[in-house]
Write a protein that binds this ligand. Structure first.
Ligand code: NAP
Ligand code: MG
Length: 399
């Protein structure tokens, strides 16, 4: 059999622990037998981040700017315990944070929907993707505990020496609390563009919701920026693609999401996205079935699984015990990247391969062969619980 050729390489970011083990199996058993895989390889495993003083993470992000599409394995974000475990010279920053800062992106999280792993909401037959704005608001706030009577104000002092602007937050006649938050037009604009680009690239409608009726300046600014950018840059392209942009109040959006059948993107302000993405991933069944993609407004894409390195399973694996770790989200990170590469390079057979691998993965589960996390929650009768390797081999068999 001749293998499918690639033109531009993918940026391949290897990672840590159990997901690193899965990474190699996916390449060996599911991709390399069919695709003449071309990648620029960056080892983001913690040992190599230490050895390169984390330069490898920066290099991988820069390569993504050059090549456009990356696939990333889960990586350890060091904490005090990891500094000791790996003898680190520093508590290196989260690789995802570093990459996001360089690519200036928005994170989209989408569940993988299969029969037998049923969403708690019966009407959801298609995935709902959350686009979370990842800058500002309450995540970069300034807070005060107010000990007793007194005035709290917002004060803006123009850098060019113009006159000060003051607004009273509250005249306190008793103890209380106060908070200052902010956002930036540039960050909101980049969030809007990434959301609209992703809607176009996946052919799905997009919703955005805020509380502009109550927050007439702050939330209203989000609404206005989305609408201005949509009208000026995306309206015609959306019409051509047959998709829509829909703005509604956040509480109306929540009610409509529950009644919907899914199949759209829900752009959320930072806090809404934090809360709603946890609700959606649980309601769709499992964190191990959630994909994540970072989309930059400049058109770079970085695909990964939403879960971490599955440390507990890795220690069992090291001890020679059998593991049953779910590789679905990591497989879909690869298929997402290969499909995007196929689209950009006009290689329909590469995109079709990604479709086929996804279909084989889903069919394997729907046929009752799955890892332990899914076997525990499936509505299918008599599921077969497979170990980490045998699940991947079952998919290979079907391919
Ligand atoms: P985790 O790796 O997501 O795993 C937490 C638990 O969720 C696991 O112990 C397992 O439960 C279950 N689980 C997650 N993914 C699974 C899968 N594919 N198959 C089966 N079960 C799965 O989170 P963590 O243990 O809190 O974090 C481990 C490391 O990952 C940390 O060092 C953290 O920094 C890193 N992390 C990286 C990323 C990223 O790179 N994007 C994201 C999050 C965390 P059971 O043990 O009950 O089976
Ligand atoms: Mg959260």
């Amino acid at each position: 059999m001749t293998k499918i050729a690639m033109k531009t390489p993918l940026v391949e970011m290897d990672g840590d622990e159990m997901t690193r083990v899965i990474w190699q199996m996916i390449k060996d058993e599911l991709i390399c037998p069919y695709v003449d895989l071309k990648t620029e390889y960056f080892d983001l495993g913690l040992e190599n981040r230490e050895a390169t003083a984390d330069q490898v993470t920066v290099d991988a992000a820069e390569a993504t700017k050059r090549l456009g599409v990356a696939v990333k394995c889960a990586t350890i974000t060091p904490n005090a315990a990891r500094v000791e475990e790996y003898g680190l010279s520093q508590m290196w920053k989260s690789p995802n944070g570093t990459i996001r800062a360089i690519l200036d992106g928005t994170v989209f999280r989408a569940p993988i929907v299969v029969k037998g792993i049923e969403p708690y909401v019966r009407t959801w037959t298609k995935p709902i993707t959350i686009a979370r704005h990842a800058y500002g608001d309450v995540y970069k706030n300034t807070e005060l505990q107010i000990p007793g009577p007194g005035k709290v104000e917002l004060v803006y002092t123009p850098a060019d020496g113009g006159s000060e602007v003051r607004a009273t937050v509250q005249e306190f006649d008793q103890p209380g609390i106060a908070q200052g938050i902010h956002n930036l037009d540039a960050s909101i604009s980049s969030f809007a563009r990434a959301s609209f680009e992703y809607a176009l690239s996946t052919g799905q409608d997009i919703w955005f919701a805020a509380k502009d009726t109550i927050s007439k300046t702050y939330d209203h600014r989000f609404k206005d920026i989305f609408q201005e950018i949509f009208d000026a840059e995306y309206k015609a392209r959306f019409e051509e693609a047959g998709i829509t942009y829909f703005y509604t109040l956040i509480d109306d959006a929540v009610a409509r999401v529950i009644r919907s059948e899914g199949g759209f993107i829900w752009a959320c302000k930072n806090y809404d996205g934090d809360v709603m993405s946890d609700m959606l991933s649980t309601a769709f069944g499992s964190l191990a079935m959630m994909t994540s993609v970072l989309v930059s407004p400049h058109g770079y894409f970085e695909y990964e699984a939403a879960h971490g390195t599955v440390q507990r399973h890795y220690y069992k694996h090291l001890a020679g015990e059998e593991t049953s770790t779910n590789s679905v989200a990591t497989i879909f990170a690869w298929t997402g990247a290969l499909r995007k590469r196929g689209e950009l390079d006009e290689l329909p057979e590469l995109a079709a391969f990604a479709d086929r691998l996804e279909a084989a993965t889903i069919a394997t589960i729907e046929d009752g062969q799955m890892t332990g996390d899914l076997a525990a929650i499936t509505t299918l009768e008599n599921p077969t619980k497979l170990n980490t390797r045998d699940f991947i081999l079952a998919i290979a068999n079907r391919m």
